[in-house]
Design a protein around this ligand. Structure first.
Ligand code: GLA
Ligand code: ZN
Length: 673
């Protein structure tokens, strides 16, 4: 979609469902969408029931008409394959497509995202439909992307999945002995004699709550298996459409930090990343920024598509407050500032029935253009027209990276001890926020990504160290890199089996410490440490550690381990490795990250007041500095460079003061000296 964009601008549009409406309303939709400067529509997201009304019948008449109409009106199309909700006849005829829930409940026909990923019928018919769609519409040159299914997700615990899990395990481990070893089944006499003894880990077997399992090994492997099973469904459709239309890029809309699917693995099979951004009104700016950066990191920094956001309001929150005036524009540009090359919505037109009828849309139930939301949408559309191709393809240059790893997310989530409050996502986010607040560009990377381009790598809660990863970090630090990790790191291998000899296992020599015990603090309990004259809280977990080469930068103040290190620094080769032995607060993270960045020669883009976010993207046209005012009041910003705001054509000289209105945005095209 990004490379294939005929109009060569930030594509603007989103989900459009004309099949839900009488045909004589379509032309008016076209008038309104044009008025709003919409240039792309995502079609055919949930039409399987009408495209294939029975096992052997396919009917494309309506979609043909829709394709012709939008093409006549010059719209680009993001064409979905409709496989995110199966038709009723399929559930009746092939009940194996129905999912079984975590508690063992077999579902009946209903809702969406409801197909068992290991159902042979689902795989057969979804692939067949994708093939038919590709064959039928292959000659449309306004199809800018394939949108496979929709927001893949969830999990299934049915018998098909159980059988497939055994096969998956056989491929992975070859012998049942290897499985027993990997899962340490000598514990509680759990030895499996045969692959057929293995059942799916859920409330009927190993679990006593969603994330409480008696055997982490099996639960972790199930997570991997489930993510891969669903990925297999995506890949079958990918291959089907790719074989017929190799020139059309293929994506599926991801959901940001989505726990059940290992998006880093998924990304390998996607031509470009697209994702759906649905913050609540009180979501803080760093949380949104984090997800954008996570999505950008999936393809090593390549631009991504903002596939969905609401123009105004959602329907599924407990309180669906309106996006305040200016917020839709601000959050659209925030996506672009972090690497998006499209701005798209769910949805073009509000439906009249079912659960999304009160979800925001470009065309509201009022049916005309005289609404606040429509005015905001068309104003933004006009701006995007004006920007044209200027920012397309621009990349973010980061010298710092934070490691985010789905296996670590799952493994820490399943961990029995040391604390139920241990939360991988929050821990990573704490460090991310420090970078974001300091206006230091940071990439979110996987454990497979190359580290050599970075000067500073942070791996919070690197509980699981996969084979070879310690070596990668070792080389990075030896060659002069700065590395930081935290408590509860280096404990286990990729099977969640403890590396014995002292924590943090294979990271010990790099960090120059060993951890003897870890104290989990209940909710309101705190220890503290003084760092550079300031007292900071120590919460959640306090490691009791000994240095073996590292220098202690600060020590605990209270309890029987007062005086033991809370923060250490180890010179290793030409680099330095830091260990943060506890959780602290935002001030501490900002201070520490700021200092290490300075030491590593990483500069903030500039200093800004709180709630003013600033990012940079560069392409062949130059460098663009995005200023985003998330505050409800205006701010004066002294510019650190000369340039022109591409939204208003205002020219600024280095040192000029630019006023950013409340929720305001400026994109300064920098004039290089
Ligand atoms: C998701 C889905 C859409 C729609 C929106 C509503 O992103 O992909 O089909 O349900 O949520 O917010
Ligand atoms: Zn299943």
């Amino acid at each position: 979609m990004i490379e294939n964009n005929k109009v060569h601008k930030i594509l603007y549009g989103g989900d459009y469902n004309p099949e839900q409406w009488p045909e004589d309303t379509w032309e008016e939709d076209m008038r309104l969408l044009k008025l709003a400067h919409i240039d792309v529509v995502t079609l055919n997201v949930f039409s399987w029931a009408s495209l294939q009304p029975s096992e052997d019948t396919y009917t494309f008449d309506k979609l043909d008409k829709i394709m012709e109409m939008v093409t006549k009106h010059g719209l680009n199309v993001c064409l979905a394959t409709s496989t995110a909700a199966h038709p009723a006849w399929m559930a009746r005829k092939h009940p194996d497509i129905l999912r079984t829930e975590f508690n063992g409940m077999k579902r009946k026909f209903g809702s969406r995202h409801n197909s068992c990923p290991n159902s042979p019928a689902y795989r057969k018919y979804s692939t067949a439909l994708a093939t038919k769609l590709a064959e039928r519409y292959k000659s449309y040159d306004n199809i800018v992307a394939w949108h496979i299914s929709n927001e893949y997700g969830g999990e299934c615990y049915c018998e098909n999945c159980e059988k497939a899990f055994r096969t998956w395990l056989k491929n992975k481990y070859k012998t049942i002995d290897a499985v027993n070893q990997a899962w340490d089944t000598a514990f509680w006499g759990h030895t499996f004699y045969d692959f057929d003894d293995i059942v799916l880990p859920n409330m009927l077997s190993e679990h006593f709550a969603e994330n409480r399992t008696t055997f982490q090994g099996i639960s972790l492997d199930y997570r991997r298996f489930n993510s891969e099973s669903i990925l297999d469904c995506y890949r079958l459709e990918y291959d089907a459409v790719h074989a017929i239309t190799p020139h059309i890029p293929i994506t599926t809309n991801l959901m940001g930090a989505y726990y059940p699917l290992d998006y880093q693995m998924w990304a390998k099979y996607m031509d470009f990343i697209s994702w759906d951004n649905y913050p609540a009104n009180d979501t803080v700016l760093e949380d949104i920024a984090f997800k954008h950066d996570l999505m950008r990191g999936l393809k090593q920094g390549k631009p991504f598509a903002l596939m969905e956001q609401t123009p105004s309001v959602t329907n599924w929150l407990p309180y669906n407050a309106l996006k305040r005036p200016g917020v839709m524009r601000l959050w659209s540009y925030q996506a672009v500032a972090h690497g998006a090359d499209t701005v798209m919505f769910f949805q073009m037109k509000r439906s009249i029935g079912a659960c999304e009828k009160y979800h925001g849309a470009v065309i509201d139930h009022a049916g005309h253009e005289n609404t606040r939301v429509f005015r905001e949408i068309s104003a933004l559309g006009a701006e995007l027209d004006k920007i044209g191709s200027l920012t397309l393809g621009a990349r973010t240059c980061s010298k710092a990276a934070i490691v985010f790893d789905w296996d670590n997310w799952w493994a820490t989530d399943y961990s029995a001890g040391p604390s139920v409050n241990l939360n991988y996502f929050d821990e990573v986010l704490n460090y991310y926020k420090a970078f974001n607040n300091l206006n230091i560009s940071v990439d979110l990377i996987s454990v497979e990504d190359d580290l050599s381009g970075y000067s500073f790598v942070v791996a919070p809660l690197l509980y699981m160290v996969k084979p070879g990863y310690d070596e990668k970090i070792r080389r990075f630090v030896q060659n002069g890199g700065r590395f930081l990790t935290t408590f509860f790191s280096g404990y286990v291998d990729d099977h969640d089996l403890v590396t014995i000899g002292g924590y943090p296992g294979k990271l010990r020599d790099i960090l120059g410490i060993w951890v003897e015990e870890e104290d989990a603090l209940p909710n309101d309990a705190q220890n503290s440490f003084i760092y550079q004259g300031t007292t900071y809280p120590a919460t959640l977990i306090c490691d009791l550690l000994h240095t073996e080469g590292a220098q202690s930068l600060s020590e605990y103040e209270q309890d029987f381990y007062a005086g033991m290190p809370a923060l250490t620094r180890n010179t290793f080769g030409q680099g330095v490795a830091y260990y943060v032995a506890t959780r602290s607060n935002a001030d501490f993270y900002r201070t520490l990250i700021g200092e290490i960045c300075e030491e590593a020669g990483i500069r903030p883009i500039m200093d800004t007041p709180e709630l003013i976010e600033v990012t940079k993207r560069s392409n062949a046209n130059g460098t663009f500095m995005f200023f985003l005012n998330h505050d409800a009041k205006s701010h004066d910003i002294k510019l650190p460079c000369s340039g022109t705001d591409i939204l208003t054509d205002t020219a600024y000289k280095d040192g000029d003061v630019m006023t950013l209105s409340a929720k305001g945005v400026a994109i300064i095209h920098i004039i290089e000296n």
